[in-house]
Ligand binder design. Sequence first.
Ligand SMILES: Nc1ncnc2c1ncn2[C@@H]1O[C@H](COP(=O)(O)OP(=O)(O)OP(=O)(O)O)[C@@H](O)[C@H]1O
Length: 478
Amino acid sequence: MADLIQIVVIDDNVRSLELLSAALDRDGIQIHTASSPEVGLELVRKLRPRLVITDLVMPRLSGLEVLDRVMMTDPAIDVILMTAHYTTETAVEAIRNGAADYLEKPVQLSLLRDRVNRLLETAQRRQSALNADASRPDVVKFEGLIARSPLMWDIFARLQRVAPHYRSLLINGQTGSGKDLLAQALHRLSGVKGRFVVLNCSAVVETLFESELFGHVRGSFTGADRDKTGLFELADQGTLFLDEIGDMPMSTQAKLLRAVQNQEITRVGSLDCRRVNVRIIAATHKNLPSAIRDKVFREDLYYRLSMVEIVAPSLQERMEDLPLLVRHFVQRFSEEYGKPIHGIAPRAMILLERYTWPGNVRELEHAIGHACMMATGDRIDVPDLPERMVQACKSWLGHPDGIFEMPATSHAEFNLSNDPGGSKLAAHESQLIARALSEAGGNQSQAARRLGIGRDAFRYKLKKYSLERQVDDFGLRN
Ligand SMILES: Nc1ncnc2c1ncn2[C@@H]1O[C@H](COP(=O)(O)OP(=O)(O)OP(=O)(O)O)[C@@H](O)[C@H]1O
């Protein structure tokens, strides 16, 4: 039988304890209650529960102190705080300090059940994504984002935590790293009823910014031949995503700040204020603190937006996600183009692993799209990849046509239908390296040449697959 999930509930109001326990009671869960924070913390130390739900205001020890002590005991434990005095600021602050969620009292029991189930489910899926068979797309997907790296699953957990509470949020990350997908995920997770409205700030002419954001009335400027609804109004009760916020002119930044703070807008050429209820997600690949120093970005707007900041990691920082992303894009494009492409030749996969991906996932998506279009057989090979990448790779390999000289089929087969995320490829690659070394009698330069890769690349692979001992067995020969 699977282990029961342990939950500790702490509240000095016994009636409230009973209600919460009854609401959460279901198969697979064991609930422990404590009517004082001290007893609750003792239970936490003894049981190491999956989740702690605690009241914020209690005699002797507040919920925030309980949160602190639980984090010290085991930061992996999720803590939900409950308070009768909910504000966005305190919620965000508590989440910054490590809380998993922050609920208003009296707690709506269906909402509590929903949030608890989501937390438990994400923890479970994170575990599955990090472990074993990551080839199942449902296991390695979170709101449309594919990942198995701990870095990304930490971000997914943060998204889930802040989504119900944030009013404005900043996503920072290199171009093509998935900022747009993260913003969409946040919008969906926030549960707001309104639309997800996007403005790409780098695509708007300076003079039209205000009218885009706030709308205008007919006749307010040359060309304004009818009333126009601005994006703030379109996003009412929903989310406004301001992509490339670093490209917004200073004059518009001041007006944006006012609109975000007051949740009020005025159409250009009108005197009427309109109330709106809009959440703002801003994204940029720029370094905003340095833009503030250069006086092209307002500090007050930055602080407002970065109340919560999410950093999207580059693909280089999470290369363990590469095989999954390759699989995903090959599947997508082979369906799109109606071609029976089932995999990628090992030497092409090696090239993808060695490339530095300055354009991140978008560049990978384009590379695989290109390769699927070019492929003549049932799998992608090096010549199918964009020429620019192959050229870049040739120069690192130090042997102009080395990668082409490697056998395309021999030892390794990256097959989409049965390879769980590249582990098989790695095993084959390590065999290939070991064999080349043995055939070259332990001479690394020769073995590298046989494989058509540079010495540094060869050394890196030796280290990666812990094959250095094999070199020692031959004695060091170069
Ligand atoms: N984790 C992921 N799983 C699947 N697809 C992804 C992932 N991350 C990014 N993509 C895809 O890569 C492409 C680029 O992603 P996205 O537009 O979200 O990046 P971005 O950081 O917003 O880029 P830019 O800075 O240029 O606006 C999109 O087609 C997106 O679907």
